[in-house]
Design a protein around this ligand. Structure first.
Ligand code: NAD
Length: 287
């Protein structure tokens, strides 16, 4: 109804289509956003969309060369981007996250925090074979890193007297359904992301701070594709579960993150936001 008059799609100077609201601004106009794991599949696509929609973006990742490459790609694709900066950060180290969030103090403070960095280690296995050091590493990045991101976003939102903020934490569909091919440390870590996100959403709702968890299904990104490698049976065991017959694309996750980050999602809080092509609703048998 009102959508047609409130929003329209136009081409920007680079010929790419993005959404313009009735005030001629992007959906994230003047918002300050941090994205962790920004050099990876979901992270970079999200940074590109955020920049197209008018946000100032701080791209964070553990890999400096990957960050350089990712930000160059963003600037090439979105020449009209406002502010785009990069910062190397290990999300499992609180000092790194604190410095990352405080970097935005001079921008007016963080409005959107996308705690997206995560690992699925090649040595992750079942209850018997997962090495303890792999368990600890996975929880340090996937869980503690998300906690630190949430913690410092809350501190900054309060410091800057913000009455709204959006924090999005990347979980996974394996937090909702068991994975028959074991990756126990990863699965447990993503379950923890869902649980902590839900609780923070309730605790901070009256402050206007929203917390939602993104639950992607397996995607065409390096994280999964490198892990599957040339192992066709391993790949087939996953593809067969998709009603669509295909893995998801990172851009399809980024579109959901954009919605959760924007004021259009102002009443969406505490959700396990599933973007999976119907995978978790399907009863699929081999053809
Ligand atoms: P990706 O490997 O392409 O990107 C992950 C990024 O995180 C990389 O750029 C990596 O350098 C960075 N990173 C790793 N450790 C870090 C650390 N300690 N501090 C900061 N950055 C670090 O993977 P992706 O698919 O874009 O994954 C993004 C998120 O989505 C992850 O949390 C992942 O668990 C989740 N996810 C991915 C899939 C999938 O199939 N790809 C499915 C469900 C959930």
């Amino acid at each position: 109804m009102g959508d047609d008059t409130a929003n329209s799609s136009r081409s920007n100077s680079s010929g790419k289509v993005h959404t313009i609201n009735s005030f001629g601004m992007g959906r994230l106009h003047h918002k300050n956003a941090i994205v962790t794991g920004a050099a990876g599949g979901i992270g970079l696509e999200t940074c590109i969309l955020f920049a197209k929609e008018g946000a100032n973006v701080l791209m964070a990742d553990i890999s400096a060369p990957a960050l350089e490459k990712a930000s160059a790609k963003l600037k090439q694709l979105v020449p009209s981007a406002h502010k785009v900066e990069i910062q190397v950060c290990d999300v499992s180290k609180e000092a790194d996250i604190k410095a990352l969030v405080e970097h935005l103090d001079s921008w007016g403070g963080v409005d959107i925090m996308f705690n997206n960095a995560g690992i699925m280690h090649a040595d992750d296995a079942d209850a018997l074979d997962t090495p303890e050091k792999i368990w600890d590493l996975t929880q340090a990045i996937n869980v503690k890193g998300v906690w630190f991101g949430c913690k410092h976003a809350i501190i900054a939102l309060r410091k800057h007297n913000k009455t709204k903020g959006s924090i999005i934490n990347t979980a996974s569909v394996v937090a909702l359904v068991g994975s028959a091919t074991p990756q126990l440390a990863y699965t447990a870590s993503k379950g923890a992301v869902l649980a902590l996100t839900r609780e923070l959403a309730i605790v901070h709702a009256k402050e206007g701070f929203r917390f939602n968890a993104l639950c992607p299904a397996p995607l065409n990104t390096p994280l999964l594709q490198d892990w599957l490698g040339d192992d066709l049976p391993k790949r087939h065991r996953r593809e067969i579960h998709f009603p669509t017959g295909r893995f998801g694309e990172a851009i399809e996750q980024a579109q959901a993150v954009l919605f959760l980050a924007s004021d259009e999602a102002s009443f969406v809080n505490g959700q396990d936001f599933v973007v999976d092509g119907g995978l978790t609703k399907a009863y699929v048998t081999p053809e």
